[in-house]
Design a protein around this ligand. Structure first.
Ligand code: EPU
Length: 419
């Protein structure tokens, strides 16, 4: 297993390009199951999770090939299987995204039920309830959801108790080919959902309400293959923005969408950083001291839970007290214990963390526990005095395309070695 070694204290300078969004690429790949023929995705990120999804699609009979550096063609003409096995789902929960398109096209799907994960129980009851309302019969057998549709899926009124990103995406993919109208209320408004809606509409689907919490889907008889550009990864963007805050410096991020990070911009201004968004680029500079801010994670456009761990690392470097409230997942403070090993003073009580800014951190041996917790440790290490060794970095590889290369090019003293 590899580990990352970072010697902290070097400010970051230069320009890096942001990759396509992991959480947009995964549903867009699943959507290619809806109709045979060659679909093309541009700005496709090279990540462990996108590779796992391609492996899953290949196990269903899907063909794919890379075309050019960041584009890929996918064809589900020879679909021969309807099962997402435990081995794949246990490594990536987003595998459940094949349920909706398989039910819509094949009328059958068998998907291993994802268990809990490092950040919480993460049930998929909203997905399943939605499919049932649309006429699917579901059985839970041997840890698998066995779903079939007598006849055809039909439209339904679906309400989510809380907005679910992959829940909204799964129902959308089922509803595009259903008979009649599906209305999803309290739908997720994340930009990744918008990217999927654009892809489904490009395929001939009829979805209205993009960007709002009510989505109306008029089912259609047939779809056709589509070509789509994956939106820039707003969480990768935010991670580098916070990294500049922690390490200091002056960095320009290109191929990104400043509009997709309204809450982070607001918070980083309050922290005292200079942040300028301009079209598809962001310039971020640290010009003085860091102010503490309070954070509450919320569904989009609120502060993303996927940036909570990273901003916590930044808050340890201020000299004030910050309160961080995690409202989306019940166990997303796994990074706290590791940050404490680097000198951070953080107390947690349930879903609230109180960060007593110590002004500085020191290098240590730490362990990554999930994707975003790992990113938080990288940020802490870039700012820390001395050397930090981060092990179990396969988590990082799930969601950050060429992290070590990108940070090196900005002047960080970082390398990846075999453990
Ligand atoms: N929820 C339920 N029942 C459901 C579905 C969700 O109770 O059937 C609850 C969850 O437990 C959670 C809340 O609803 O409390 C929101 O969860 P959501 O369903 O939106 O999460 P997700 O779709 O499983 C996606 C991202 C996550 C990101 C969350 C929240 C993908 C592939 N994953 O997960 O990304 O944290 O939305 O924004 O899109 C990551 O990239 O590191 C990551 C974990």
């Amino acid at each position: 297993m590899d580990k990352i070694i970072i010697k902290g204290g070097k400010p970051l300078h230069g320009t890096i390009q942001i990759s396509g969004a992991k959480n947009a690429a995964l549903p867009l790949l699943a959507a290619t199951l809806l109709v045979p023929g060659w679909h093309t995705l541009h700005n496709f990120p090279d990540l462990r999770d996108t590779r796992t999804t391609l492996k899953l699609l290949a196990s269903l009979g899907v063909l794919w090939e890379k075309i050019g550096e960041n584009s890929i063609r996918i064809n589900s003409e020879n679909l021969k299987n309807i099962e997402a096995s435990y081995d794949l789902v246990k490594t990536m929960r987003a595998s459940v995204l094949v349920l909706g398109p398989l039910l819509a096209r094949q009328g059958r799907a068998r998907v291993s039920l994802p268990g809990g994960c490092a950040i919480g129980a993460r049930p998929i009851n909203f997905h399943l309830l939605g499919f049932e309302k649309m006429g699917a019969k579901l059985e839970l057998l041997d840890g698998y959801v066995d779903a079939h549709v007598p006849g055809k899926l039909h439209g339904a009124n679906i309400y989510f108790d809380v907005p679910s990103v992959t829940g909204t995406e799964n129902i959308l993919m089922a509803a595009v080919l259903a008979e009649g109208t599906t209305i999803i209320k309290n739908a997720a408004r994340e930009p990744e959902v918008g990217n999927l809606i654009d892809m489904l509409n490009e395929m001939g689907g009829h979805i209205e309400g993009r960007g709002s919490d009510t989505l109306t889907v008029q089912g259609v008889e047939t779809l056709h293959p589509a070509e789509m550009r994956i939106i820039p990864d707003r969480i990768e963007t935010g991670t580098y923005m916070i990294a500049v805050g922690a390490a200091g410096g002056d960095v320009t991020l290109t191929n990104c969408s400043p509009n997709h990070l309204p809450s982070l911009f607001e918070k980083l201004h309050s922290v005292g950083l200079s942040v300028e968004g301009n079209g598809s680029s962001i310039r971020i500079r640290r010009t003085g001291g860091l102010q503490n801010v309070d954070i509450k994670t919320l569904p989009y456009p609120g502060f993303p839970t996927d940036l909570q761990a990273q901003i916590m690392a930044l808050m340890t470097l201020t000299e004030g007290v910050s309160m961080i409230n995690e409202t989306i997942f019940e166990n997303r403070f796994m990074h706290v214990a590791e940050l404490r090993r680097m000198g951070a003073q953080i107390k947690t009580d349930g879903r609230t963390a109180i960060v007593n800014g110590a002004g500085s951190l020191t290098g240590a041996k730490v362990m990554a526990t999930d994707l975003r917790a790992s990113a938080s440790l990288v940020i802490a290490a870039l700012a820390a005095e001395g050397t930090t060794e981060i092990s179990r970095i396969y988590h990082l590889e799930r969601g950050y395309d060429n992290l070590v290369g990108k940070l090196s090019s900005l002047g960080a003293d970082i390398c990846q070695v075999k453990e």
